[in-house]
Design a protein around this ligand. Structure first.
Ligand code: FAD
Ligand code: NDP
Length: 503
C-alpha cells in the first residue's frame, strides 16, 4: 500500500478514522478512501459470553445475514426433497449433517474475511485489528489484542460499532444460553432447542432448526414480530406450527439451570396467568434484541451524546451533536438495523463529506424493504395494516388480499402429521392503499417463497409513489408468484372470500 497524505489541511494523521469494520464501517471506509481521504478502519471483536469470536466484516458476514441465509437455504433444500420425489427424483439419503454444513459455511465466511482485508489494502484503507475508544474528539486510542496501544489523531470519526445480542435478565441466562453470535459456528448439532424471543432472529432460527430436523420450540412472551403486520405475523406462526415448530405462547423464561448431563432446565412463567412450568433443552438460543456496543467507546470524552437506555446515538443525517463525529448503522437510534441501510448511509455520508464534486444525497430511511427469512418467507415494505389504520383512519384504508399456492408446489400432495406439506392457500399477499390519496400504496406484504426477490422491485415502485392503478396497469409475468400483485381485486372490506379454489 502506498502511504497517502491527508486530503484536508488539518494537521491530524488521518482525514477519517472509522471505528467498526462491519457492513457500514467497511462501506464508509472504502468510499472515503475512494475520494482521496486518508482513512483508517479499526475493527475488533470481543468474544461472546460462550467464547465465540470471528474475523473482519462485522455481524452480517460472520454471525448474521450470511450464515443465517445459508442455514435457511439448508432448511429449504430439506423441505424441497418432499417436492423432488413428486417430480420423479429418486433420493438416496435425506439425513442432514450439521457439522458438514457448519464447516462449509465457516469456510465461506473465512474467504469473505480474507477478501475484506485484501480489498481494504487495495483501496488504500489502513486496517488495524484493534478496539477503538475516544480520548477526545480528534484522538482515538486503539488497543490491540496483546494490550498494545496506538494513539491516532484524525480530523473526522465515523462510529460504526453496531450491536451485540442482549440476554434476558434471568438467573443463569449468560451461563446456560447461546445467541446468534454462537449458533452459526456451533460445532455439535444443537439437538432439542428453545428459541427465546419472537422477532426476526428467533423465528428465523427456529425455522431453519425445525427444517433441519431438530425438536424446536419458541417462547413468545407477548406478540410475534412486534411492529410487523399482525395478521401476517400470526400466519407465519400458524404455518411454522403446522410444520413442526412448537410455540410456547405467553411464556417468559425466568430461570435457566445447567443439569449434570449438560442439558438446560428452563423455568417459564405464563405471562397471562402467572403459573410456572419447566422443560429441559439441549440448547437455548436467546434472541431478545440487540444492544449498541458504545459502552467501551468513551463517547463522553469526545462530547458525543447518546441514549443512556440503549447506548444508541441519535443523529441528524448521520451527524452526531459533535461537528466532526458521525455515526452509521445499527448504532443509530430509531433506525432500521439492516445491512443495506448501514451501507447506503455510510457511502452517502462519505461522499457528502469527501467527494470533490458536491454531493448532496442523504440517506432516506423511509420505505425500506425487508424480508423475514422464516420457512414461509415474509417480504414487506411500508406500513402494517394496524399502522395504516392508525395513520389514515379505517375509512381511508383499503386492503387488497389474496391467498395462493405457488405452481411449483402443486405436484406435492404429501402430508406431515395430517397437514399438507404444501398446503393450498398457505401463501398470502396484502396491498394496503390510502383511499384519500389516489389509492397510493402504503403497505406491501408478501408471504411465500423467494420473498426477498419478489419484494425488492416493488420497493422501487413504492419509492416512486405507485398507486393501486399503477399495479393494475402492470402486466404480470406468468407463471410466477409475483404476478399476484398485478391482479388483486378482492378487498377485505368486501367480505368476499379471497382463498383460491382451483387453478
Ligand atoms: P456491525 O456489522 O455489527 O459491525 C460493527 C463492527 O464493529 C463489528 O465487527 C464489531 O466487532 C466492531 N466493533 C464494535 N466496537 C468496536 C470498537 N470499539 N472498536 C473497534 N471495533 C469495534 N440484516 C439484513 O439486512 N438482512 C438480514 O437477513 C439480516 N439478518 C441478520 C441475522 C442475524 C442473526 C443478525 C444478528 C443480524 C441480521 N441482520 C440482517 C442485521 C445486520 O447484520 C446488521 O444490521 C448490520 O450488520 C449492521 O452493520 P453495522 O456496520 O452497523 O454493524
Ligand atoms: P428484536 O428487538 O426485533 O426483538 C426482540 C424480541 O425478543 C421480541 O419478540 C421481544 O418481545 C423479545 N424479548 C425481549 N426481551 C425479552 C425477554 N427478556 N424475554 C423474552 N423475550 C424477550 O430483536 P431481534 O434480536 O430479533 O433482531 C434484532 C434486529 O436485527 C432486528 O430488528 C432486525 O433489524 C435485524 N435482523 C434482520 C433480519 C433480516 O433482515 N431478515 C434478520 C435478523 C435480524 P416483545 O415484543 O414482547 O418486546
Amino acid at each position: 500500500m502506498t502511504e497517502t497524505s491527508c486530503k484536508g489541511d488539518h494537521g491530524h494523521e488521518y482525514d477519517v478514522v472509522v471505528i467498526g469494520g462491519g457492513s457500514g464501517g467497511l462501506a464508509a471506509a472504502k468510499e472515503a478512501a475512494k475520494h482521496g481521504a486518508k482513512t483508517m478502519c479499526l475493527d475488533f471483536v470481543k468474544p461472546s459470553p460462550a467464547g465465540t469470536t470471528w474475523g473482519l466484516g462485522g455481524t452480517c458476514v460472520n454471525v448474521g445475514c450470511i450464515p443465517k441465509k445459508l442455514m435457511h437455504q439448508a432448511g429449504i433444500l430439506g423441505e424441497s426433497f418432499s417436492d423432488a420425489r413428486e417430480y420423479g427424483w429418486k433420493l438416496a439419503s435425506e439425513g442432514h449433517d450439521w457439522g458438514k454444513m457448519v464447516e462449509q459455511i465457516q469456510n465461506h465466511i473465512g474467504s469473505l474475511n480474507f477478501g475484506y482485508r485484501t480489498t481494504l489494502r487495495e483501496k488504500n484503507v489502513t486496517y488495524v485489528n484493534a478496539y477503538g475508544r475516544f480520548k477526545d474528539k480528534n484522538t482515538i486510542i486503539a488497543t490491540k489484542k496483546n494490550g498494545q496501544e496506538q494513539v491516532i489523531t484524525t480530523d473526522k470519526v465515523v462510529v460504526a460499532v453496531g450491536g451485540r445480542p442482549s440476554y434476558p435478565d434471568a438467573p443463569g441466562a449468560k451461563e446456560c444460553c447461546i445467541t446468534s453470535d454462537d449458533i452459526f459456528s456451533k460445532p455439535e448439532a444443537p439437538g432439542k432447542t428453545l428459541c427465546v424471543g419472537a422477532s426476526y432472529i428467533s423465528l428465523e432460527t427456529a425455522g431453519f432448526l425445525t427444517a433441519l430436523g431438530f425438536d424446536t420450540a419458541v417462547a413468545i412472551r407477548s406478540i410475534p414480530l412486534r411492529g410487523f403486520d399482525q395478521e401476517v405475523a400470526e400466519k407465519i406462526v400458524k404455518y411454522m406450527g403446522e410444520h413442526g415448530t412448537r410455540f410456547l405462547r405467553d411464556s417468559q423464561p425466568t430461570v435457566f439451570e445447567k443439569q449434570e448431563d449438560g442439558k438446560i432446565k428452563v423455568t417459564f412463567e405464563n405471562t397471562m396467568f402467572g403459573n410456572t412450568f419447566e422443560e429441559t433443552f439441549d440448547t437455548v438460543v436467546c434472541a431478545v434484541g440487540r444492544d449498541a456496543v458504545t459502552e467501551g467507546l468513551d463517547l463522553p470524552a469526545a462530547g458525543v451524546e447518546f441514549n443512556p437506555k440503549n447506548g444508541k446515538i441519535a443523529c441528524v443525517d448521520e451527524q452526531t451533536n459533535v461537528d466532526n463525529i458521525y455515526a452509521i448503522g445499527d448504532v443509530l437510534d430509531t433506525r432500521q438495523e439492516l445491512t443495506p441501510v448501514a451501507i447506503k448511509a455510510g457511502v452517502r455520508l462519505m461522499r457528502r463529506v469527501f467527494a470533490d464534486t458536491p454531493y448532496k444525497e442523504k440517506m432516506n430511511y423511509d420505505l425500506v424493504p425487508t424480508t423475514v427469512f422464516t420457512p414461509l418467507e415474509y417480504g414487506t415494505i411500508g406500513m402494517s395494516e394496524e399502522l395504516a389504520v392508525e395513520t389514515y383512519g379505517a375509512d381511508n384504508v383499503e386492503c387488497y388480499v389474496s391467498y395462493f399456492k405457488p405452481l411449483e408446489w402443486t405436484l406435492n400432495h404429501e402430508e406431515h402429521k395430517g397437514v399438507p406439506v404444501r398446503g393450498d392457500n398457505a401463501c398470502y399477499v396484502k396491498l394496503i392503499t390510502n383511499l384519500a390519496d389516489d389509492e397510493r400504496v402504503v403497505g406491501f406484504h408478501y408471504l411465500g417463497p423467494n420473498a426477498g426477490e419478489v419484494t425488492q422491485g416493488y420497493a422501487v415502485a413504492m419509492k416512486m409513489g405507485a398507486t393501486k392503478k399503477d399495479f393494475d396497469e402492470t402486466v404480470g409475468i406468468h407463471p410466477t408468484v409475483s404476478e399476484e400483485f398485478t391482479i388483486l381485486e378482492i378487498t377485505k372490506r368486501s367480505g368476499i372470500d379471497p382463498t383460491k379454489k382451483g387453478c
